[in-house]
Design a protein. Structure first.
Length: 364
């Protein structure tokens, strides 16, 4: 049963957006002094240093907007603690003070905090094979820890184009808010809506449009890790911690674009005998731009695709389609995506190798 959206939630979301925007403006000059900027070079597309204060602003705005309600969020204490830890670690990483290994350890620690301190982990995966629901039993916690770290890094991987990571996160948060209202989880709805408001305040300075002027801002690791953690947290809690849970396969559709890109990129890197964590320019937004699409067109296309997939998964749930059908139809979409974005890579490698073999060796 759908619960009506309290107007106070929207007011707090607007306040969070305002606080985010204000903090971004206030932190602009200090960021330059503290070298909290993203310097051009390497795989980066921008030509001038850009302040990396969006993540700190988003997290701070969320906490400020929800400060008066903390007493009602006892079950989310681990979420707020984890968000602060990740924002702090991300800030230090943006300053160049944290190694990749340390950052990964912090992500694992926060994921463990989510499962143990927050008692938020996968228990029931749904009836995926038209037999009986799959209960995770002893492997629910390690599975959740792995999935949480994967989602945190997935958001970070999409933070390579102005407006992309923030817009994708906003789409997912919007569907999460609707889910929370449908199942009557008002505390979750309030946190999600306020966080979404903070993201809107950030996007004003991150989307590629004239109104941002000279105040272009990146979210940095402080933002991508917090948003990834929030998406992982509510993907689990909305499917596991309520009598009227959202089916777990439905969440696969909401997170589908992230999951498909991460899987394809990981397989591609392994095929090249590289570490799955090594950076490159082979994510879907990079591929589309190499094929001639403008950054704005890529942004619009991927956000629309994300929204469409989430809408399909939501419709299947609301129409009472069985879990197994939702799950296997999602896998069919994944297979099509993988074939389209991975197989051309394999064919290109094979063609290049054939050309090399056919070329004369110059020995006369």
């Amino acid at each position: 049963m759908f619960t009506h959206l309290p107007l106070t939630y929207l007011a707090q979301a607007v306040f969070a957006a305002f606080v985010t925007a204000l903090l971004i403006l206030m932190l602009r000059r200090p960021a330059e002094r503290w070298r909290l900027v993203d310097v051009p070079g390497g795989r980066k597309r921008h030509a001038a240093p850009v302040a990396v204060t969006g993540g700190v602003a988003i997290t701070s705005a969320m906490l400020v907007a929800l400060a008066a309600s903390f007493s009602a969020f006892g079950q989310y204490a681990a979420f707020f603690v984890g968000a602060v830890i990740l924002a702090t670690t991300g800030l230090l990483d943006d300053l160049g003070e944290v190694s990749a290994g340390t950052k990964m350890l912090v992500q694992v620690f926060v994921a463990v905090l989510m499962t143990s301190g927050g008692a938020n982990f996968l228990i029931n995966l749904g009836n995926l094979f038209a037999t009986d629901p799959i209960n995770t039993r002893l492997w629910g916690i390690p599975l959740t820890v792995f999935a949480t770290v994967a989602v945190i890094n997935a958001i970070n991987m999409f933070d390579g184009l102005d407006g992309l990571a923030g817009s994708l996160a906003l789409v997912m948060l919007a569907f999460f808010a609707m889910f929370a209202l449908v199942i009557g989880d008002l505390n979750a709805a309030k946190i999600i809506i306020v966080l979404a408001g903070a993201v809107v305040g950030f996007l004003f300075f991150n989307l590629p449009w004239p109104l941002r002027g000279e105040h272009r801002t990146f979210m940095g690791d402080a933002g991508s890790m917090v948003l990834g953690f929030a998406i992982a947290w509510f993907s689990v809690s909305l499917t596991q911690q309520n009598m009227n849970n959202v089916p777990t396969p439905t969440m696969l559709w909401v997170l589908g674009l992230l999951l498909m890109d991460v899987f394809t990129v990981t397989v591609r890197r392994l095929a090249r005998r590289r570490s799955p964590m090594s950076p490159d320019r082979d994510h879907i937004h990079h591929i589309l731009m190499r094929r001639g699409y403008s950054p704005r067109a890529v942004l619009a296309l991927l956000v629309a695709a994300n929204a469409l997939m989430a809408a399909v998964g939501t419709a299947l749930w609301l129409l009472d389609v069985p879990d197994w059908w939702i799950f296997w139809s999602f896998l069919a979409v994944c297979a099509a995506y993988f074939a389209f974005f991975f197989m051309p890579f394999r064919l290109y490698r094979l063609r290049a190798r054939t050309i090399d073999d056919d070329e004369p060796n110059g020995s006369g």
